[in-house]
Design a binder for this molecule. Structure first.
Ligand code: GFP
Length: 843
């Protein structure tokens, strides 16, 4: 690691020296000891957890210095800001990322060495900030890293969930959800801002009142909470910029009801606190109950309301009420539909609170907002019952009605050349408020439609997905506003996902390219193509992979107690568990492999390519089928891993509580990774990019960013299989007549007959893909099964030729330049946000 840094620092010395934070002249070892003494009352005899705390609190000061300098500069310059509104930020751990991004790792690694610790071990003591679910939340975290690295004035805004989403544990092979208690030991990476609080209301009534000659609208909520700000500084790399993620914690307006307490009503005394704290307790509370649904809407409004008030208050401090200037100073990116209530909230703040007229407010609102669609799954395209919205946010419901009236009227005019019935049909289909197709008595607010109507730009997250958004999901809107629609292919930060999580590979790359500039300019990785067939480079490349596999093997041993064959092909699928992501298809092919191995003689088996298969990911708490898939993985693993005939050749492990830190260990060790969603269903995928950067080959469908990855890597280097997105609709219609592969039928019988136990529990799983009356195999596993097995055979054949495998592996990293989130963010900044870099000058 140090070698890599020394190189980077030497490079920097040639340009302006970048001094990051650190007004304290106390050397790091003494500073760590001071922190432990005065913050924790510790005097020597430290544990590793202590070493982490002391280091983190010491680094924090340097981070805050850099944060303050950046913000003083931005305050003076008053540049346009982008605000990234997101229900999720999957930040992971901060220590390593902070010391590396600030260029302090040499100093702190040495300090810890002097104290008898290794930085990596110490870093392991940190709890992940797991304020996210999957790709969407991690993307937001990567974007913050890139925004800071590119000196773009921008903040993230979200919720400080006290218990994250949940901690996943396995009990007898079944998922159980436990609270993720990550804040109990304090969080050195945040700053509570006692001077930044806003009131957020819910429910109540709306009245019109006369104010002079004007009629004003007054909303009197029946419930109020306070949003308390916590800042999480975000250091860029190789720049003095440190930006911010501001997270809101919900606290009661009245700290404690002493009257109720003294009257003996202890429950009531605590009620307000409990109610408030519930809002920022967990991400995605189970929404299978009406209460759960309401809580989600409450959370969304809570963070949007606080964030918009906060931005307006900073704007007004400089520009008073010159709101026409707002779009030149601020824009908001709505990360999926979760923050879409922002359309109505910005209108409310401008019209009801600031007194602007409706049209002026609407022009400003639509100029400031932009929307990213991340999924084609209907469950994530939120629709709120009008009744729920009217009860919880009565003024917003009125505002949405007025927006919709204006919108449908405009639309009818725009479509005046159509026949009246045709026009009425189109207008009804595009109305923001519409009937629930499953329940004619219920009206719904379509949040994606609200986002499109209320935004300047709408984008998808990979080329194929943006086309699906234009041609299918939002086609009606695309026809009306073609220029609103864009593509912004996702990316991941090469700092966390290559340089910092795989320093050995990073050092090798830097050595080969003769520069570490690729860390901020990943297009330079293309230079590795020249080394792809070089045997001595391949040998070094392979040595790094082996070292990383050894680490993953240690982790498997720690979790499952098993030693695995480190010469085996490490085959990984880590992502949220979802039927469309098809972990189930992966398990079926593993069962098939197992059965083939069982049939072989011991001699034949020796010729097979051994595999260690790892699956990880959380199933949403209310997603029953996904939980069954997890149980199938563990049940199949239990049988395979214990079978003396095959255990040297095949293993299957489920690694529980998949999170950012686990990914940082798994991805560098992976040789094959699986991205096997039904074509047209995975918007982009981002773990595919992380695997690619780390030289891991991909088996995948022609879906999401897999396509662009194949284009950059060379399609001949990727194991592509399965039907294409264009065929899906037709195949779905025909699937009742599909003649399934005999191997598929055999596997279905195996699971049904209890080969892996739990046959009643697995019955719905079998039915979902095999019984056309029940689940209908919506995600077309049966259609893709044969071509998937064939692609797996190609994988085996290729792995036997290690030189070819390594050549491909190098070609993956070489082709990953496009997938840096720096590229993505540059595109957002230029095409959507119109925000320019503003790098603090250092005195
Ligand atoms: C969602 C989509 C992915 C996409 C990410 C980020 O995330 O295809 O890559 O958003 O845009 F489904 P997941 O939570 O499903 O990973």
């Amino acid at each position: 690691r140090r070698a890599l840094r020394v190189h980077a620092v030497a490079e920097l010395d040639k340009t302006a020296p970048i001094v990051r934070g650190g007004t304290s002249s106390v050397p790091a070892p003494a500073d760590i000891a001071n922190k432990l003494r005065y913050l924790f009352g510790r005097n020597g005899d430290y544990t590793t957890a202590d070493a982490y705390q002391g280091t983190a609190w010491s680094v924090r000061e340097k981070l805050i210095d850099s944060f303050n300098k950046t913000h003083e500069y931005w305050k003076k310059e008053d540049p346009k800001f982008v605000y990234y509104l997101s229900a999720e930020f999957l930040m992971g751990r901060s220590l390593i990322n902070t010391v590396y991004n600030l260029g302090l790792e040499g100093e702190y690694a040495e300090a810890l060495n002097q104290m008898g610790y290794e930085m990596e071990r110490v870093a392991d003591a940190e709890r992940d900030a797991a304020l996210g679910n999957g790709g969407l939340g991690r993307l937001a975290a990567c974007f913050l890293d890139s925004m800071a690295t590119l000196d773009l004035p921008g903040w993230g805004y979200g919720i400080r969930y006290k218990y994250g989403m949940f901690k996943q544990a396995l009990k007898n092979g079944y998922q159980v959800e436990l609270p993720d208690i990550w804040l109990t030991k304090g969080n050195p990476w945040e700053l509570r801002r006692d001077d930044v609080k806003y009131e957020v209301g819910f429910g109540g009534r709306v009245e019109r009142r006369k104010q002079g000659s004007k009629e004003v609208t007054v909303w009197t909520p029946s419930e109020r909470v306070i949003a308390q700000a916590y800042d999480n500084p975000i250091p860029g790399y190789n720049t003095p910029t440190t930006s911010n993620l501001r997270l809101w914690d919900a606290v009661p307006v009245t700290e404690f009801d002493l009257g109720a307490f003294n009257a003996g009503d202890y429950d009531r005394a605590m009620l307000e606190r409990e109610r408030a704290e519930g809002i920022s307790a967990v991400l995605y509370p189970n929404d299978s109950t009406p209460e759960g649904k309401e809580l989600r809407l409450k959370q969304q409004y809570f963070f949007v309301c606080a964030s918009l008030q906060d931005v307006l208050s900073r704007f007004k401090a400089v520009h008073a009420t010159d709101f026409n200037l707002l779009p030149e100073k601020a824009c908001f990116q709505l990360n999926d539909t979760h923050p879409t209530i922002a359309v109505a909230e910005l209108m409310r703040l401008l019209v009801d609170v600031e007194g602007l007229d409706w049209d002026q407010a609407w022009t400003i609102t639509t100029k400031c907002l932009n929307y990213t669609n991340h999924t084609v799954m209907p469950e994530a395209l939120e629709k709120w019952p009008v009744k729920v919205m009217a009860k919880m946010l009565p003024r917003h419901m009125e505002i949405i009605e007025v927006i919709n009236e204006g919108w449908t009227k405009w639309l009818a005019g725009h479509l005046k050349d159509l026949k009246p019935e045709e026009r009425a049909k189109r207008v009804a289909a595009m109305s923001i408020i519409h009937e629930n197709p499953w329940n004619k008595d219920e009206m719904l607010v379509n949040m994606a439609y609200l986002a499109v109507v209320g935004s300047s730009a709408v984008n998808g997250v990979a080329a194929i997905h943006s086309n699906i958004v234009k041609d299918e999901i939002l086609n009606d809107f695309y026809q009306i506003f073609p220029s609103k629609f864009q593509n912004k292919t996702n990316g991941v930060t090469p700092r966390r996902w290559l340089a910092w999580c795989n320093p050995e590979l990073a050092a090798l790359i830097t050595d080969a390219l003769g520069t570490s500039e690729w860390i901020n300019d990943t297009e330079k990785l293309a230079g590795l193509r020249a080394f792809a067939s070089d045997k001595s480079f391949q040998a070094k490349w392979s040595a790094v992979k082996k070292a990383k596999k050894a680490k993953l093997a240690q982790l498997i041993k720690k979790v499952h107690g098993d030693d695995v064959n480190q010469e085996a092909l490490f085959d990984i699928q880590i992502k949220r568990i979802h039927e469309y992501k098809r972990q189930y298809l992966n398990v079926l092919s593993i069962i098939w492999r197992y059965k083939q191995l069982k049939k072989m003689s011991p001699e034949e088996r020796k010729k097979a390519v051994p595999r260690v298969c790892v699956i990880g990911g959380k199933a949403a708490s209310a997603y029953d089928m996904a939980k069954r898939i997890i149980r199938l993985v563990t049940a199949v693993g239990d049988v395979i891993n214990k079978d003396p005939d095959t255990q040297d050749y095949l293993r299957l492990y489920f690694l529980p509580d998949y999170n950012v830190s686990l990914a940082e260990t798994i991805i560098p060790a992976a040789e094959l990774s699986q991205h096997i969603s039904t074509a047209g269903t995975e918007a982009s995928g981002t773990s595919n990019m992380k695997f690619q950067m780390n030289g891991c080959l991909i088996i995948g469908t022609w879906d999401g960013a897999n396509i662009e990855i194949a284009e950059e890597t060379g399609i001949e280097n990727v194991f592509v299989f399965g039907v294409r997105a264009e065929e899906i609709n037709q195949l779905r219609k025909e699937r009742k007549n599909l003649k399934t592969d005999p191997r598929w039928d055999e596997l279905m019988r195996d699971i049904e007959s209890g080969m892996f136990g739990d046959k009643d529990y697995f019955k719905p799983l079998v039915d979902s893909v095999n019984n056309m009356k029940v689940g209908n195999d919506w995600f077309l596993l049966a259609n893709d099964f044969a071509s998937y097995l064939k692609a797996q055979e190609e994988v085996d054949a290729c792995y036997k030729d290690q030189s070819e495998w390594l050549r491909r592996s190098i070609m993956y990293t070489a082709g990953s330049g496009k997938f840096s989130s720096d590229r993505t963010i540059r595109e957002y900044a230029e095409d959507i946000w119109h925000v320019k870099p503003s790098r603090p000058t250092i005195a």
